[in-house]
Design a protein around this ligand. Structure first.
Ligand SMILES: [Zn+2]
Ligand SMILES: [Zn+2]
Length: 401
């Protein structure tokens, strides 16, 4: 049994890296560049166009990754954008699991994106026209409450880069929270920082080799020689364990993006690139965890026989689409991208209906809710409840239809 489990771990590690992580990495690098060029402009546009805010908000949320939605949080606290804008962005966002879906199942990705975008826009306008912000008495007390904070906290600044703040100014109340109270970018000079900001080169090299293997596999290229196959397996395994190592060195566990990092990314193209690589490691690790949990589960319910396990599992999931929607919407309430990647990975395994994936995508907020929780717990709670209710309604309507 021990040998079986070890084999499963190694096989899953290899598959996760060469079949998924390497492609996710390329998508991340491309979109990192796209966001570097455009995010600043999107934020400027949204500040100027009050009427179209939920629409632009949903668009920002739709951009793969967490960046667009994260940047909106301080704008809301400053009352530059409406509550409906945040709701629209968070409904539209799929966090980092978007990269997973995009590379493994592009058609589903487009379909889900269309759904989350339209539902995000509609919900956003309902929230604004229904005056939910007033009704729930949200976002009123932030500045009064925070003014009492010790301004000398500024001295304990961990900022290491010169970067432009987005949605707020240096030294303001939001600054105190986003750059001092909560986790931001790694401190320069620590061992972890050196590993992530210098060691990323090695991981990137493995990623490129893995990508060539992944592409060769896609075209069913036969390497023939047994020794070459062994080397290829080893690269995949090294890749996954490298992902875990890089993720841990960056002190990322359940979420990977902070508002501070997004600001730094938009100032430096090099930082954008480095963090695209670190994000790849994060996603790769969570995909590995998801697939490993799945394989282990199958192994044990099948009494160490994978084929039997698979049959039992398929029977279990076939009759449970109502639960799947519920679970999708509830998992979406958890802040942070990690758990969300597990859910999307399981969808890719073919064990969840698409309605559940849509409900989950509407409900989940990626890492974007985290800065908001730090600044305004009540608003975050109301927002996440709204997105979950919308997810349940849409999910069940889809099933009935
Ligand atoms: Zn800032
Ligand atoms: Zn960095």
């Amino acid at each position: 049994m021990f040998n079986d489990i070890l084999n499963i771990i190694l096989k899953v590690a290899e598959g996760a890296f060469t079949e998924i992580t390497v492609f996710v990495g390329i998508a991340l690098i491309l979109f990192g560049y796209f966001n570097f060029k455009n995010d600043g402009n999107f934020i400027k546009t949204i500040q100027k166009n009050k009427k179209f805010q939920p629409l632009i908000g949903a668009f920002l949320g739709l951009i793969p990754g967490c960046g667009g939605a994260i940047l909106i949080a301080p704008l809301y606290i400053k009352k530059t954008v409406t509550l409906g804008t945040v709701v629209a962005a968070l409904i539209a966002t799929m966090g980092d699991s978007s990269f997973l879906l995009m590379t493994k199942s592009p058609k589903t990705f487009i379909l889900v994106s269309i759904f989350t975008f339209i539902i995000g826009v509609v919900s956003g306008y309902i929230v604004d026209y229904g005056q939910f912000e007033k009704r729930f008495n949200l976002n009123n007390h932030f500045f009064n409450r925070k003014k009492k904070k010790n301004i000398f906290k500024n001295i304990l600044c961990r900022k290491q880069y010169n970067f432009e703040h987005i949605g707020h100014k240096k030294g303001d109340e939001i600054d105190l929270i986003l750059h001092h109270d909560i986790k931001g970018h790694q401190s320069v000079g620590t061992i972890g920082f050196k590993i992530t900001h210098k060691g990323y080169v090695i991981y990137f090299a493995i990623l490129i080799i893995g990508l060539m293997i992944g592409i060769a596999n896609l075209f069913n290229f036969d390497f023939g020689d047994k020794n070459i196959s062994k080397i290829i397996s080893t690269i995949g395994i090294i890749g996954t364990f490298g992902s875990i190592f890089l993720m841990l060195a960056g002190h990322k566990y359940f979420s990977e993006h902070t508002h501070e990092e997004e600001e730094i990314r938009l100032t430096s193209l090099k930082e954008t690139f480095i963090h695209s690589i670190i994000d790849t490691a994060f996603i790769g690790t969570w995909v590995f965890i998801a697939f490993l949990l799945y394989e282990m589960f199958i192994y044990f319910i099948g009494m160490t026989d994978l084929a039997t396990g698979n049959d039992i599992f398929m029977q279990l999931t076939e009759s449970s689409e109502y639960y799947a929607i519920m679970i999708g919407a509830l998992v979406g309430m958890i802040p942070g991208c990690g758990p969300q990647i597990i859910f999307v990975s399981l969808y890719l395994k073919g064990i969840l209906p698409i309605e559940a994936l849509i409900a989950h995508s509407i409900s989940q907020d990626g890492d974007a809710l985290l800065p908001l929780i730090a600044m305004d717990v009540k608003s975050s709670l109301v927002i996440t409840i709204i997105t979950t209710i919308v997810a349940l309604i849409v999910g069940y309507i889809l099933i009935i239809i």
